[in-house]
Design a binder for this molecule. Structure first.
Ligand SMILES: Cc1ncc(COP(=O)(O)O)c(C=O)c1O
Length: 395
């Protein structure tokens, strides 16, 4: 388990590198933007995949069997102490596919989808792309944690055209891990106003303080809940598309399965996805614990670096979950355009651009710390260089 190894990703078609010129002003940037890791997939998974590839037939693959259900049930029972029923689980091609299709099923064009803001940027793109309305519910920074405004949330939920809450827990980009009392309040309000809950728990394995309270635990009280997740983030296998969801809404489950095979014709899963799920969920618990310890070290390094060297311009406290650092430059007084310009052209670093998560000019950027300590240090020095440049221009 060497999380500090340098791994050359050139010639692997990595989006983190190859889409730089599409997303930023230049392509000679160190990538700290997209949420995949510069960390090798556990060897157990690699070996399982190699073994599967040795069998020379890569034909249509079936997921509807215990080879698929059993590892998922094992993971939830050993990691989260939750007994997931087989009949509530189903395969889906991706987390965002599930998110999109549930939104399309429970809303009409023009209806509102409630999301916490800041929000994972692709949620916003998908809501708009499907001609639904983005209804933002603020997550505000309370100094020691991010909090949701439940008065605003209930106000939004009681509006008849807001039919769905797209929940993200642990939250991208802030790293907030929702507490149980907050989750119970969300469910209570949604139930009261008949709002469907899509709970995206893709970052569920990256919780370092507190507990991940999956909405699976509360489904028997309210059945308009679907939990969607996958192993892409946890084991760095987003290049092997796969996902699954859990719901007690069996009407929705049938609808989604009918759409996947009967409307889109993509019912047969990637065989490597199934192999990876088995190896990961049956054998890689300790690896995930070690990975989280590494991420915690990197988060601490980031917090300390900022406190010691950039305290006049940046604020940051390490989050309880995810591998994403949501860094605030408000006190620098510089605009987002100035900061992004300096990060890219002076620091030569690509970070997540705040306004894509906030729908307005932002005072944040997002830094992915799931990399070696050495790469992270280079990234932090690049940020320092960018702000030193901005400060020198000011004088
Ligand atoms: C909250 C969240 N949901 C979904 C995704 C993407 O999931 P998938 O690739 O399975 O569609 C990401 C990737 O960054 C994410 O952060």
């Amino acid at each position: 388990m060497n999380f500090n190894a340098h791994i050359d990703r050139s010639a692997t078609n990595a989006v983190a590198y190859e889409l730089l010129s599409q997303m930023y002003q230049r392509k000679d940037l160190m990538p700290f933007w997209i949420a995949d890791m510069d960390i090798a997939t556990p060897e157990v998974i690699t070996k399982a995949l190699q073994k599967r590839l040795e069998h020379p037939i890569y034909g249509y693959t079936n997921w509807n069997n215990d080879q698929f259900y059993m590892p998922i049930r094992h993971w939830f029972s050993t990691r989260f102490n939750i007994n997931v029923l087989k009949q509530d689980i189903a395969y889906s091609p991706s987390v965002l596919f599930t998110v999109t299709e549930v939104i399309r099923s429970v809303t009409n064009e023009g209806d509102g989808v409630i999301v916490n803001v800041p929000s994972y940027n692709n949620f916003l793109n998908l809501i708009q792309g499907n001609k639904r309305m983005i209804v933002g519910c603020d997550l505000f920074d309370d100094e020691d944690q991010y909090s949701m405004d439940f008065v605003q949330f209930e106000y939004l939920c009681q509006m008849p055209h807001n039919k769905v809450f797209l929940f993200c827990n642990p939250h991208n980009p802030t790293g907030k891990v929702f507490r149980e009392e907050e989750i119970l309040k969300i469910i209570e309000i949604c139930k009261k106003h008949d709002v469907y809950i899509i709970s995206d728990e893709i970052h569920m394995d990256f919780v370092r303080r507190g507990v991940h309270h999956s909405l699976i635990k509360y489904m028997s009280d309210y059945d308009k809940i679907i939990v969607t997740t996958c192993l892409g983030k946890t084991f760095n296998i987003s290049g092997i598309p796969h996902a699954y969801y859990v719901t007690k809404d069996h009407y929705m489950k049938t609808l989604l399965q009918t759409k996947i095979s009967g409307v889109y014709g993509i019912g047969a899963p990637n065989m490597l996805g199934l192999t990876a799920i088995r190896a990961a969920y049956m054998q890689c618990g300790e690896w995930v614990d070690a990975l989280n310890a590494h991420i915690e070290t990197n988060m601490q390094l980031t917090e300390t670096f900022i406190k010691e060297r950039l305290n006049d311009v940046l604020s940051f406290r390490k989050p309880d979950g995810t591998f994403l650092a949501w860094i605030n430059f408000e006190k620098s007084g510089f605009s987002e355009v100035e900061v992004q310009d300096a990060l890219q052209n002076e620091g030569r670093i690509a970070t997540g651009i705040g306004n894509t998560y906030e729908m307005a000019a932002s005072t944040h950027f997002r830094l992915n710390v799931a990399c070696s300590k050495e790469k992270l240090m280079q990234g932090l020095q690049a940020i320092e260089k960018a702000f030193n440049h901005l400060k020198s221009e000011q004088n």
